[in-house]
Write a protein that binds this ligand. Structure first.
Ligand code: AMP
Length: 294
């Protein structure tokens, strides 16, 4: 496994791999690798000749300097983990090597979806994410790029960017890795107290309840949202930020489900803000969905 610091050197290494007719698998991360990242790296390993993992704590996607400074940086451990599950390259650039002067002059506009849900809670977040992902794609593409469904809005926006800007990248979505109680694995989970950690499973319970209702024929988004909010509201350690049900393709919010939809939740547990989502069951016309007049 090779550790690369320089963007030019990273580009050259992947160009060499492609010249040898290898497909490049690319896994962008902020580091502090966990089982969720491991799933992406393993999937890339199965599908690609060379696997590159980037570890870059992207300053553009953090709202506060304190948050950015507090983000765990554990490169040696990340390298060991990435290597043990089959990565060939870890790309860990310094901030000043990514953008001269530390900040880019030109950024990627995420469009209207960039201001909703996570973008509403974290202004400028998706502009920062897409700008750095575009830069990383500029170095790593043509490639297959692996993203987690855990961050479904990010995944949706990366797909839109790749499509709208015709970037030579095949985006591959990997399912969310969860703990046994359903909590999505996240670097942020380490910040939870033991009581908050126990309480945090309410997010997956709420999502699962929405899925169960849909399976029984419920199609009214308001009913699904109210039930998710009620569940999360019943947990005294949770402070609800939002619940939503979106069309999985357009990310518009349907009043009545009329195709594959995704439930979204965000809540705080103490100082820690967690998000999760679940694709709701949809069986092409075979499910009876309430039209709202029942
Ligand atoms: P991050 O380092 O938090 O930017 O995450 C890097 C990638 O790992 C993103 O594509 C995330 O969606 C993905 N990821 C994070 N947590 C999980 C998880 N629990 N399951 C699957 N993928 C995840």
């Amino acid at each position: 496994m090779e550790l690369i610091r320089s963007p030019d050197r990273f580009r050259d290494a992947l160009e060499l791999a492609r010249a040898g007719r290898q497909v490049v698998g690319f896994v962008p991360t902020l580091g502090d690798l966990h089982e969720g990242h491991a799933r992406l790296i393993r999937t890339a390993r199965e599908e690609c000749g060379v696997v590159a993992v980037s570890v870059f704590v992207n300053p553009l996607q953090f709202e506060s300097a304190a948050d950015l400074a507090a983000y765990p940086r554990r490169l040696e451990r990340d390298q060991a983990m990435a290597s043990s599950i089959g990565a060939d390259v870890v790309f860990a650039p310094a901030e000043e090597d990514m953008f001269s002067g530390g900040r880019p002059e030109v950024t990627v506009d995420p469009g209207p979806l960039g201001d909703r849900f996570e973008g509403d809670a974290r202004p400028g977040h998706f502009r920062g994410v897409l700008t750095v992902v575009a830069k990383l794609f500029g170095l790593a593409a043509p490639c297959r790029a692996y993203f987690g469904e855990k961050d479904a809005q990010q995944l949706r926006l990366v797909r839109a960017m790749v499509g709208d800007l015709s970037l030579p990248v095949a985006v591959v979505a990997c399912p969310t890795v969860r703990k046994v109680d359903g909590l999505a694995v996240s670097s942020r989970n380490a910040r939870l107290s033991s009581e908050e950690r126990r309480a945090a499973s309410v997010l997956f319970e709420a999502l699962s309840t929405a899925a169960a209702l849909v399976r029984r024929g419920e199609g009214r988004a308001d009913v699904l949202k109210a039930e998710m909010a009620r569940r999360i509201g019943a947990e005294s350690l949770a402070r609800l930020d939002y619940v939503a049900v979106v069309d999985d393709r357009t990310w518009e919010e349907p009043a009545i489900l009329d195709g594959p939809a995704r439930a979204l939740v965000a809540a705080r547990f103490g100082q820690t803000r967690l998000i999760d989502n679940l694709l709701l069951p949809w069986a092409d016309g075979s499910t009876v969905h309430n039209s709202g007049d029942s």
